[in-house]
Design a binder for this molecule. Structure first.
Ligand code: PEP
Ligand code: MN
Length: 453
């Protein structure tokens, strides 16, 4: 029997205080030319109202806990890089429509509750593989997203300007306002399943396929109605906002202490994620995110080791709280079957309950002969299939998909009805190539079928 009392226990050395994120190396931060102007902007941002409520972040964390437990599916999607110029009603509605249609397919055809999270209302900052870009012998700073500099290839436009952080806040606020109006104001009512598809059904094969599901949903709703059931959940949808927490000065300026709990929340969005290029264990991004109470995502590329992933859990999910941490796996169709199993096995054996989500975009990018950065839709589908196979093999839960998509009829990824020769027709992305609406719906059908297997 152990007879030691508190008096006889050896004293442990006091834990070293954790460093502030500002004292740690932060990758991918802009080189602001005027530190004084940056400080002035940040103190103004600190005085602005939060964009979301802490209670909503908690709600999303609860829903992501269901994802981690295998009881729900996360659908996370939107632009690679939002742009200020695209903050318009049509573009936002089209993106929302695509998410709602994918959600309807997954919920009905896959019979699973779907948690909908946009890469929206804050996805304005981009990590880059090179700090500069050269065209025709001219070298300028790389475009780092509308929150930092302009897309146009001129010296003036590429100079980082902190005023843009305020525009990012305003663009996020305007976008969120419209998303909330659409989702709460009747547009997301399941009775609208046909209306979301109206402009699409005649022109697209996947729109026609969707129509069959929509008719079945209608019949099911009529049946429920006839039985006297009309649950509130059918009349609105919850769509949450997420973005990469990249520019830490901005994220910190939007961080507030929640009055209910006394805890800090980054209220620039409901969920934030750490990118593949900024997830260093001793870096500022991991430290910053370990201090906020939002649900956190971390991108996991093909080189991640089990030890690294376990260390990320220790840093970001100290209390082993389901819903707190979601791993967004982006290994590429060629790697996911080989490299993911060891990570999932080790994490599962450690007892942590994290969400596992497949980003089938970022490991499958290549340059087309025309010079466009693109992705093959077949590779996207194959990575998703591989991701499901790994989880089926291990008896774990494939918790969701994270995709770059738009509601517009762009030609950025090849496959489906888009050929390599079409790339120049509507290549509109400011960064990575996105699935168009038809490709997004096809993906939802594939996932729904795989889910039911
Ligand atoms: C992205 O999501 O746009 C991105 C840059 O991803 P990753 O960090 O996985 O490369
Ligand atoms: Mn991207």
């Amino acid at each position: 029997m152990n007879t030691q009392t508190a008096d006889t226990l050896p004293t442990l050395p006091a834990a070293a205080p954790r460093p502030h994120w500002r004292s740690l190396p932060a990758a991918q931060q802009p080189d602001w030319p005027d530190p004084e102007a940056l400080r002035a902007t940040l103190s103004e941002l600190e005085s602005y109202p939060p964009l979301v409520f802490a209670g909503e972040c908690d709600q999303l964390r609860d829903k992501l806990a269901a994802v981690a437990r295998g009881e729900a599916f996360l659908l996370q999607g939107g632009d690679c890089a939002e742009s200020f110029a695209a903050v318009g009603a049509d573009q936002i509605r089209n993106k929302l429509k695509t998410l709602l249609q994918m959600g309807a397919v997954l919920t009905y055809a896959g019979s699973v509750p779907v948690v909908k999270v946009g890469r929206i209302a804050g996805q304005y900052s981009k990590p880059r593989s090179k700090p500069t870009e050269t065209r025709d012998g001219v070298t300028l700073p790389a475009y780092r997203g509308d929150s930092v500099n302009g897309f146009e290839f001129t010296e003036e436009s590429r100079r980082p300007d902190p005023e843009r952080l305020k525009r990012m806040y305003q663009a996020s606020a305007a976008t969120l306002n419209l998303v909330r109006s659409f989702t709460g104001g009747g547009y997301a009512d399941l009775r609208q399943v046909h209306a979301w598809n109206q402009d699409f059904v005649k022109t697209s094969r996947s729109g026609q396929r969707y129509e069959t599901v929509a008719r079945e949903i209608d019949r099911a709703l009529n049946f429920m109605h006839a039985c006297g059931a009309d649950p509130a959940q059918m009349h609105s949808a919850e769509v949450y906002a997420s973005h990469e927490a990249l520019i830490l000065d901005y994220e910190a300026a939007l961080t507030r202490t929640d009055e209910r709990t006394g805890q800090p929340y980054d209220l620039s969005g409901h969920m934030v994620w750490i990118g593949e290029r900024t997830r260093q264990l001793d870096g500022a991004h991991v430290e910053f995110c370990s201090r906020i109470r939002n649900p956190i995502g971390v991108k996991i590329g093909p080189k991640a080791t089990p030890d690294e992933v376990l260390a990320l859990i220790d840093r970001l999910d100290e209390d082993r709280e389901p819903g707190r941490l979601t791993f967004i796996v982006r290994m590429g169709a060629g790697h996911v079957r080989d490299r993911l199993p060891a990570l999932v096995e080790k994490v599962t054996a450690s007892g942590a309950q994290v969400g596992w989500v497949c980003d089938p975009m970022h490991g499958n990018t290549f340059e087309a002969p025309s010079g466009h950065k693109t992705r093959r839709f077949d590779d996207v589908l194959d990575e998703v299939k591989g991701f499901f196979e790994v989880h089926q093999g291990l008896g774990t839960h494939a918790g969701g998909i994270h995709v770059e998509l738009t509601g517009d009829d762009v030609t950025e990824c090849v496959g489906g009805e888009v050929y390599a020769d079409d790339l120049r027709q509507r290549y509109e992305t400011f960064c990575d190539p996105r699935l168009n609406r038809s490709q997004s719906l096809d993906l939802a059908f594939l996932v729904a079928e795989t889910y039911l297997d």
